[in-house]
Design a protein around this ligand. Structure first.
Ligand code: F0G
Length: 457
């Protein structure tokens, strides 16, 4: 047992090596597996009840109380206040949505949307970035880097600009939505467009980080996930600290799902909740690695003794068969999710399931979210499409309380939205399918009679 109150620890049960909180590693220095941030709760101040956190609302003039992440700081207590970097992230809402609930097939009042598009950079990534930047400040990092399908790079560039650090982002050339590219450029990131997909960028950024001593901000960084745990705390808070029956989340690099599982595991361990919700992780059909690993290859967490070789085998099979991911939900166009092992743990803690949904299902679900008054980018709508599938299958009961996580803002990817509604997708991004809720723009002459006819007299 490490004598410190907070330390890092390898997640594989056969290794379990530990290192200091102030060390910078993105993999176990002994065996190369993922690291966790681990707390010895007996040495840390933890509120007796989750409801005690609500008192922070009264102190909103303090930026750390205002932040929807740091408001829960006792549960991610790896640095002191001086290191904490915040932009007021996490002012996000859980709202019931009757229209989306009907679409998903739930009884009235059963469907809730957790809208993470309200974050400063427009996606859930800010929850993790605020935490990773705080660790970066703790260790004195000056240059920070990530590979990204777009949102991580936008968030990293924003927080780096705020924290006075230099940002370097690796994106697949032509692979990220314009809203996200625009953000990285505007926030001043050195933006490297690599001729390859996300998985290629990930490989390269790890190499570059090692060679150049860059601080790596992808979700292999365990501190990122600490911040993302708070999405679940806000969900619980909005439900008066009662766990819902299901959390449904899109799965790409699997950082979010991993963080959610860790949050519920810790809350249970601390006795702060007595029931853990079930977790559904939804892949896009064109990037369905987790679905294959869990449902076909039956890979399991197995008390931390997960089968490392099976993961390596799947990666090698992808190489041999030249299998490349392809989905309109570019944010989750990822074939080698770096957090696969931690996600297996989350599925074990939360009795989870995995499904994949087609691009046509994703875009229909996205149009429903928009029409029902929130709006989101394609990847986010995988959660709604996935919930619908699971209700159809009878895995989710019609009278269940279900929270779908909307991970990113609608304005992130206007091309996909306009493509869906007009049927004119960008080249290479065409989606086959019925486009059930397309809302075609109407061409009208510059003539008041024609306009009134179009409006419906
Ligand atoms: N939804 C959105 C909008 C995302 O941007 C991402 C990931 C996901 C879902 C998947 O989350 O990786 O935690 O499973 N985007 C990353 C990026 C990979 O680079 O922006 P995950």
């Amino acid at each position: 047992m490490n004598p410190n109150a907070v330390y890092q620890k390898c997640i594989h049960a056969d290794c379990g090596a530990t290192c200091d909180v102030g060390d910078v590693h993105v993999a176990c220095p002994v065996c190369g597996e993922l690291l966790d941030v681990v707390y010895d709760w007996s040495k840390l101040p933890v509120p007796a009840r989750l409801a005690d956190f609500a008192a922070r609302w009264a102190g909103r003039a303090n930026p750390l109380d205002f932040s929807g992440v740091w408001r829960f700081r006792e549960l991610l207590n790896f640095c002191d206040d001086r290191c904490r970097v915040t932009l007021g992230e996490g002012q996000t809402l859980l709202t019931p949505n009757a229209g989306v609930g009907r679409y998903v097939g739930l009884k009235d009042g059963g469907l809730f949307l957790q809208y993470e598009g309200l974050n400063p950079s427009g996606s859930f990534k800010d929850n993790g970035m605020t935490a990773a930047f705080s660790h970066a400040r703790l260790v004195g990092a000056r240059r920070v880097a990530c590979a990204s399908t777009g949102n991580t790079s936008a968030s990293l560039a924003l927080y780096a600009a705020h924290a006075g650090m230099q940002s370097i982002v690796f994106v697949g050339s032509g692979r990220i939505a314009f809203g996200k590219l625009a953000q990285a450029l505007d926030y001043g990131a050195l933006t490297l467009q690599i001729a390859g997909d996300f998985d290629a960028c990930m490989r390269r950024v790890k190499e570059a980080a090692k060679r150049l001593g860059l601080y790596l901000m992808n979700s292999v960084n365990p501190f990122r996930l600490e911040g993302q745990k708070t999405i679940m705390l806000r969900v619980l808070e909005a439900l008066a600290w009662q766990a819902p029956d299901w959390i449904v989340v899109p799965g790409g690099n699997l950082g979010n799902s991993s963080a959610f599982g860790k949050a519920f595991g810790e809350l249970k361990e601390l006795g702060l909740i007595d029931r853990v919700p079930r977790l559904a992780v939804i892949n896009a059909a064109g990037a369905d690695t987790l679905d294959r690993l869990v449902n076909q290859k039956k890979l399991r967490w197995n008390g931390g003794q997960y089968d490392k070789a099976a993961l390596a085998e799947d990666w090698a099979w992808q190489d041999r068969t030249h299998r490349l991911p392809h989905t309109i939900a570019s944010a989750i166009e990822i074939a080698r999710p770096v957090n696969a092992a931690k996600c297996l743990r989350a599925l074990s803690i939360c009795d989870g399931v995995v499904r994949s949904v087609s691009d046509a299902e994703i875009l229909d679900a996205k149009a429903q979210v928009g029409r029902c008054g929130l709006g989101c980018e394609p990847a986010s709508a995988a959660s709604v499409a996935g919930a619908r599938r699971l209700v159809e299958e009878g895995v989710i009961d019609r009278d269940a309380r279900v929270v779908c996580i909307l991970t990113g803002h609608a304005l992130k990817d206007p091309d996909a939205t306009v493509g869906y509604h007009t049927g004119r997708f960008a080249p290479g991004k065409e989606v086959e399918g019925p486009r059930n809720f397309a809302n075609l723009p109407v061409q009208v002459d510059d003539d008041i009679d024609a306009i009134c006819r179009a409006v419906g007299e």
